[in-house]
Design a protein around this ligand. Structure first.
Ligand SMILES: [Ca+2]
Ligand SMILES: [Ca+2]
Ligand SMILES: [Ca+2]
Ligand SMILES: [Ca+2]
Length: 289
């Protein structure tokens, strides 16, 4: 394949989508192209996901610890409450454990930006497999609608993409509803005004929880006037047996890449915002309860 063509396209896409973040690109001689994808496996009228943040690093970039406050992980709160990836992207740059990162938007489906039920969102990355800073993969996405529900790896070395010799390993795993986490930063009141993608109109809106990261207890029960009582989220109970949230894959691209997604103005704007961007529609729906 023509690696020059692939790399320049991928750089253009990622650069546009991740506003303000740096993207160091490996030399063409040793670079490979990776395809990262996330598929929303939730049932119809189930949960959506905010654009997936991903980063490649040397094992020293940590998104959260279980039973520890997110105050110790700057940038993660903004992602788990609002689906915004700018702050975690900035921290990734500051930490210096890796140089390649990006945000994968769900440009298809009903909602442009969020990854809709049944939608697969994809982005290509160029990395140098010989660098230790390419070795491990991390990811994070907010489960919406919610106050602070999210999926992410808390163990920075959980997903090695290359072995020590630079041989490709890749990743292919499913996030179960049972694995969804609660950021511990916002009370799960599920009030439309406080809940991203459910009526919230500004970032960082909600009641402080001052807690720690835990397994999410699940949405408030049916009949409480919360998320599960909204018809469009009637099947969003991710604690239901067998509920699958997403499949995430990191694949090695062997052939030429013709389907590198083209950025649009709309996508570029979404990079700055968060999960409150479509709040009007859902606020109206919530009012109808
Ligand atoms: Ca951790
Ligand atoms: Ca979408
Ligand atoms: Ca919470
Ligand atoms: Ca909130």
């Amino acid at each position: 394949m023509n690696i020059q063509t692939v790399s320049s396209s991928a750089r253009a896409v990622i650069g546009l989508l991740v506003t303000g973040s740096l993207l160091a690109v490996a030399s063409a001689a040793s670079a490979v192209t990776l395809k990262v994808s996330i598929e929303n496996l939730a049932p119809s009228n189930g949960t959506l996901l905010t654009p997936l943040w991903v980063g490649f690093h040397n094992g020293d970039f940590d998104i959260y610890d279980r039973d520890v406050s997110l105050d110790l992980f700057p940038g993660t709160e903004s992602l788990v409450e609002d689906g915004a990836t700018q702050e975690i992207s900035d921290r990734f740059t500051e930490v210096g454990a890796g140089t390649v990162q990006g945000t994968i938007f769900g440009a298809e489906g009903t909602n442009n930006g969020p990854i809709d039920v049944g939608e697969t969102a994809t982005l290509f990355f160029e990395v140098d497999p010989t660098l230790s800073s390419s070795r491990f993969f991390s990811y994070a996405s907010m489960v919406i609608p919610s106050n602070d529900a999210f999926i992410a790896n808390g163990n920075p070395t959980a997903h090695p993409i290359f072995d020590e010799a630079g041989n490709f390993i890749g990743a292919d795993f499913i996030e179960l509803g049972a694995d969804v986490l609660d950021g511990g930063t916002e009370v799960n009141d599920e009030l439309p005004m406080n809940t991203a993608f459910f009526g919230q109109t500004a970032p960082n809106t909600g009641v402080d929880e001052n807690g720690v990261v835990t397994i999410h207890p699940g949405f408030n029960s049916v009949g409480s006037g919360g998320i599960l009582d909204a018809p469009q989220f009637a099947n969003a109970d991710f604690k239901a047996e067998g509920y699958q949230v997403a499949r995430i894959r990191v694949e090695l691209v062997e052939e030429d890449v013709q389907d590198v997604p083209e950025p649009t103005t709309v996508l570029g704007m979404l990079a700055v915002g968060g999960a409150f961007w479509l709040s009007r529609r859902h606020r109206e729906n919530a009012r109808g309860l």
